[in-house]
Design a protein around this ligand. Structure first.
Ligand code: FAD
Length: 377
């Protein structure tokens, strides 16, 4: 399967076979589609003849098609800068962006809700893969009456071209912060997270104040097109990697060709909590020599001691290979909840010691070589 970018183009889809347009199923027989379109659809015109569907004309930003390898992107000058854009908009002068879409990413059995939110910045707040936006939720800061809320940071989950491939949008992967009273176990909405709930509840057309872009830690390193990238995520920590992987495997950029190895470890609670799994499974199918994808489903899988399976257990399982790759110059990235790091560090230390290596020395070497990238919150 490959992709075709059709910026505001019309696709004529003859009646006859199946593909999915967002949540609706349509029929076609000469285009081979994955199971949904990946860009927003701006218009849909179903042509009928004799009362029966004949053509389905879809005016859309992108569709997947069998014969073209990757999505062509524009504008290509987004490749020209030598330095990433930084803090173009600050908390005192944020940019007013518009929400384009909000989509629940997880299934009904996932504990909690995570949403994919596409924001239109009109090309005014460019960013690079791995950077974050700040969001200022509406309302008053409870700790500073009369002042706005503090900025909350969100890793950007799209490439610089955005999910619409035109350099005008950014996508966020946001988990709704819900507060449960520790005594009663009941939700207390008065203590729910302000910004994550604002974003997950927002509707297309709503305005959102953004700052940034910020962050250099998770930028893809300069040697990245041919490097090995070991990416460890828990939950929404997947966001920057989704951007990396779309750049590596989905988009066609004449000056960027990925020939290295990307190895993703994702830890979530159960299979309903998987994030962007369709995209990753597809890369695995299309680029088996360049992509590896391993999951740790804590509530569904057991580790070798019979306990819950966490990302560090997967790291341990593959530790020989991981250590070899690190010795060969691989980059290793960690993104997600702060709580993931102690368990991972302990595992890496234990593995290093088993191999007769000193973890502290190895870690400081990795940091010195700029192979070690951590963004946890
Ligand atoms: P807040 O209103 O800030 O509340 C924080 C927590 O406190 C919530 O869990 C809330 O329920 C609880 N709380 C509120 N009031 C009380 C009270 N009275 N008593 C007890 N508890 C209370 N998050 C993502 O979802 N996706 C990302 O990609 C992402 N990327 C990030 C990148 C970076 C670099 C950083 C630093 C953070 C990132 N975050 C991300 C986290 C994000 O910035 C926010 O911290 C998160 O969304 C919670 O913000 P909030 O406004 O919803 O919650």
């Amino acid at each position: 399967m490959a992709y075709l970018a059709l910026s505001q183009a019309t696709v004529v889809v003859p009646a006859g076979s199946d593909y999915c347009l967002r949540k609706s199923v349509f029929k076609t027989n000469n285009l081979s589609f994955h199971d949904k379109l990946w860009g927003p659809v701006s218009a849909l015109d179903l042509k009928t003849k004799n009362g029966r569907p004949r053509d389905q004309r879809i005016l859309c930003m992108s569709v997947q098609q069998a014969s073209v390898p990757k999505v062509a992107v524009s504008p290509l000058e987004l490749e020209n800068a030598n330095e990433p854009p930084l803090n173009l908009y600050k908390p005192k002068g944020p940019y007013t962006a518009t929400v384009l879409s909000v989509e629940r990413l997880v299934g009904p059995k996932a504990p909690g809700e995570t949403c994919h939110i596409v924001i239109d910045h009109g090309g005014n707040v460019p960013y690079w893969e791995g950077q974050s936006y700040g969001v200022i939720p509406p309302g008053e800061n409870p700790k500073k009456p009369g002042k706005p809320h503090n900025v909350r940071l969100y890793s950007i989950a799209s490439t610089r071209y955005g999910d619409t491939f035109d350099g005008k949008t950014a996508s966020l992967c946001v988990r709704r912060a819900v507060y449960y009273d520790p005594e009663t176990g009941k939700e207390d909405p008065s203590k729910n997270g302000v910004c994550s709930n604002f974003l997950c509840d927002s509707k297309p057309g709503d305005k959102v104040l953004i700052t940034g872009p910020s962050g250099k830690i998770m930028l893809l390193p300069e040697d990245n097109p041919n490097a090995t990238h070991i990416m460890i995520a828990t939950g929404t920590g997947i966001a920057p990697y989704r951007g990396y992987l779309r750049r590596m495997f989905m988009e066609s950029v004449p000056t960027y060709k990925f020939g290295g190895l990307a190895w993703l470890f994702l830890g979530v609670a159960n299979s309903d909590s998987l994030l962007y799994d369709e995209e990753f499974t597809k890369y695995l199918k299309d680029h088996p020599d360049n992509f590896r994808y391993d999951l740790a489903l804590s509530r569904e899988q057991k580790n070798k001691s019979g306990g819950k399976m966490y990302v560090q257990d997967k790291i341990e399982e593959y530790s020989d290979e991981i250590f070899k790759l690190l010795d060969g110059g691989a980059h290793i990235y960690f993104c997600g909840l702060k709580g993931m790091m102690p368990g991972i560090q302990e595992t890496l230390k234990r593995v290093a010691e088993k191999k007769g290596e000193k973890w502290e020395e190895k870690l400081s070497q990795l940091k010195k070589n700029k192979q070690w990238h951590v963004e946890v919150y």
